[in-house]
Design a protein. Structure first.
Length: 134
């Protein structure tokens, strides 16, 4: 019992994320908007990037939030989703340790906030308000 618990903890800490990032994919769109990875952050516009996967449960919980946020901030901020199970490069580029991860960039492209896990609409609104986006 102790061995299997220790093994499970080590698996999660040492290799679980790499298996998650490379292990699954789906053809279903998960988020309302996508951008080429090289175009993130969007030039001249505050940007929120949600890095997750179509088959990740907390990521799926983000879909309705992302749809609302995209409508709310249309023309004020770019809202982007990247499926890191389909494309591993963004996970490396942005130093992702867990999914979902939300990264906020100001209009100059500087990272100003990062959050791991499910993020509520109210929490997203709070970050955008701190950034001066209303």
């Amino acid at each position: 019992m102790r061995f299997s618990l220790t093994f499970a903890v080590l698996f999660i800490l040492m290799g679980g994320l790499s298996l998650l990032i490379s292990g699954c994919s789906s053809d279903e769109p998960v988020a309302p908007h996508s951008q080429p990875v090289g175009a993130i952050p969007v030039k001249g516009m505050p940007t929120m990037v949600d890095l997750g996967a179509n088959e990740c449960v907390p990521c799926k919980m983000m879909v309705p939030v992302m749809e609302k946020v995209e409508k709310k901030y249309q023309g004020k901020a770019a809202i982007v989703f990247i499926d890191v199970w389909k494309d591993k490069e963004p996970a490396k580029r942005f130093g992702i340790r867990a999914i979902p991860t939300q990264i906020f960039f100001d209009k100059e492209g500087k990272e100003v906030h990062r959050h791991e896990g499910f993020m509520s609409e109210a929490d997203i609104d709070r970050v955008f308000k701190q950034m001066g986006v209303s």
